[in-house]
Design a binder for this molecule. Sequence first.
Ligand code: ADP
Ligand code: MG
Length: 325
Amino acid sequence: MKLSDLGEFGLIARIRERFPAPEGVTGIGDDCAILKPRYNSVDTLVSTDMLVEGTHFLLKDIPPYDLGWKSAAVNLSDIAAMGGEPRGTVLSLALPARTEVEWVDEFLRGYGDVSARFNTPLLGGDTTASPDRICINVTVLGEAPYATARKRADAKKGDLVCVTGTLGDSAAGLKAILEKKERDADVQALIAKHYRPVPRVAEGQQLRLNLGVHAMMDISDGIGSDLMHILEASEMNAEVDLSALPLSLALKHVCARFGWDPLELAVCGGEDYELLFTCTSQAEMLLTVPHFVIGRITDRTLAQPQISWRGATASFAGFDHFRRH
Ligand code: ADP
Ligand code: MG
């Protein structure tokens, strides 16, 4: 069997089977791993993400400042997804010798701006030559008070399903870049969301303080796929009201102009880096973090998790394919 048949999630499942988490560790399968402390009352959170030229970014399209920004931001987002506080990052770079020093400086400026904004120093890393493509690996360390980090497996029946911001903007920005659309203010705003996502670090920690907030994760692949991860881990189903999905004005304008389906981008498009969480309705009333209620957690009926999409238009019939995740 080829890797392409196994798929990313199939490969991760294979690794996970071989390396079960030892006692005191929440291992493979969430936004971060959680290390139970041996000597104090703070859990350590660890996550890592790799960005490969040609797979995650096109060198000719993305400004180096934005690539630096995004490399740091998507990692901090995984700490935010647990309700943690990021403490520092480690950066490893594989760069072809032909890379311009100015390019690297701009990359570091973007990386540094996110690091400063979220008070997360760069602690170290590794640098090596790459024969061809740029490869960037960031590892982030964070903390949360003992046993308070929110996992994907924590959703409870009857919970509301919520998101912290608008969906689909990043995917629309990417589509505009790839289709070389003219960059008016709306298109610019969507492209900025794609290149410079803002991790919901303060929001994640605020949500963690509310005991009625149960499961949490960040939206990297789109809610169609990411909510499925919560349902798999929590052994639940969900109903989602498509008419409740928060869509930005920029997204609506751009979709109307180019004939794109905003719901498809909001559900299937990734990289919004908003938080997706579930909470009791009492907890929801007390939330001070801006959020939108988009659905509800229901009992699992079959072995496989299911999302029931409500408020669907006819065009939405084709969205069955996210069940494959
Ligand atoms: P995210 O989108 O939140 O960054 P991923 O989908 O990349 O998460 O990964 C899902 C889970 O699988 C995480 O717990 C991650 O640490 C783990 N994982 C991914 N790749 C590997 C690998 N090569 N070895 C061990 N664990 C991995
Ligand atoms: Mg994540």
